[in-house]
Design a protein around this ligand. Sequence first.
Ligand SMILES: Cc1cc2nc3c(=O)[nH]c(=O)nc-3n(C[C@H](O)[C@H](O)[C@H](O)COP(=O)(O)OP(=O)(O)OC[C@H]3O[C@@H](n4cnc5c(N)ncnc54)[C@H](O)[C@@H]3O)c2cc1C
Ligand code: SF4
Length: 428
Amino acid sequence: MWNGVGGSTITWAAHVPRLHPSDLHRRTLDGVGDDWPFSYQDLEPYYDLNDIALGVAGLAGDPAYPPKRSPRLPPLPIGRMGRTAARGFDALGWHWWPVDAAVNSGPHGGRPPCSNAGPCLLGCPIRAKSSADLAYWPAALWRGVDLRTGCIAQEIVVRGGRAAAVVYRDPAGVTQEQPADLVVVAGNGVGTARLLLASKVARDPDGPLGRYLMFHPVAYARGMFHEELDGPSGPVGACVYSHEFYETQHIQLQITRENSLLAQALRLGPVWGAAAHRLVREEFRHSLSVMVVAEDLPEPAQRVTLTRATEADGLPGVRIEYALSENARRILDFGLDRAEEMLRAAGAYRVVRVPLAPLTGWHLLGTARMGIDPATSVTDARGRLHDVPNIVVADGSLFPTAGAVNPGATIGALALRIADGVAEDLAS
Ligand SMILES: Cc1cc2nc3c(=O)[nH]c(=O)nc-3n(C[C@H](O)[C@H](O)[C@H](O)COP(=O)(O)OP(=O)(O)OC[C@H]3O[C@@H](n4cnc5c(N)ncnc54)[C@H](O)[C@@H]3O)c2cc1C
Ligand code: SF4
């Protein structure tokens, strides 16, 4: 993840799908996981507001979703690679749609259109890709928010059951204390749990705080094609996806763009000379990757805890206890089979599978989950800690279930909904 103003949206792929309405009622519908303490309809106006703030390119009318009311920039080009994938999905009669992407397809928000050069995960050099620092911070600063960069929150001081201050380390390494009537924590699924655990805010140290960590397990199927594709051209996360199996198997099949030439070559392993050249020629601009994204169910044993060590940033170290569940493994295997079917139908002559993608963990969710019952949730539906109500969480830690789509749009919508709740509380 990314430490800095704008957080991990600096390095994200900016693919901004919404959860399906059913994702918020997993327990009622399927008898597993949990229900969210509100419905998709409650979140919908905030999804729209977040889309407008980010600037989203996309195509209206995706039958996988209720109609989305927020205006969209024209969709980004899906290119030869996208059209090849569409050919495969069409041959099987499966759903596919161009992704919603927080990437400018034309000039918007004082920012230029995407130059299609990729790779976006290093941060967009021309600011065509939207991120929290571009979409939200300028207005906040203009309204007078005091942004202190390079600081690390060490502890939320709680007195008499209420947060009273935040102790932080400033860029010079000096400890400071900021008195506070209200504290909002948005440090991502690990950072939020770490700060709240370090601050000992939970009455029950063995309670839900830090538990129910969810990741979105990912697998890949890569098809090789004789025809030349344009895989690396374009924003990395913006092509097409299929939700054909979303409602039944809780899986998203997302076509991602190819890596840059060097990244692609490095992945081939220790081959040299003519053999390396042949392999690179075979793959580069001739492959199509299907990213299989599975829903992870909330399990109390999957969790973030603190170690006894103190890290360089002054906070306790973090230990992550997580194992791929049998359920997620089966979803991934099902998705890999479907991805291979699609690739063959599109004309791939060879398919390579990566059963579990290494170096994922981009989506860290659930460690300070919302809910009604304090025994199984950390906050209420407005992000207020059950145990210390003037501490508010406003990030992906709140998710009671993960769905099978990238969480950024939902995190943005949740943060806006929580902000309205905070404004109401402050006014009352
Ligand atoms: C490579 C990559 C690609 C991704 N692609 C997508 C995508 O295409 N679509 C999508 O929806 N999502 C994507 N994501 C995930 C998405 O970026 C994150 O889920 C989202 O940004 C999380 O938002 P957040 O506010 O919870 O946390 P973050 O954006 O991570 O922000 C947390 C901030 O808190 C700060 N922080 C933490 N602890 C402390 C502390 N103690 N003191 C001070 N500051 C602290 C961190 O430095 C950070 O700046 C991607 C992530 C990565 C890494
Ligand atoms: S491809 Fe990505 S990094 Fe390049 S301009 Fe477009 S959004 Fe920015």
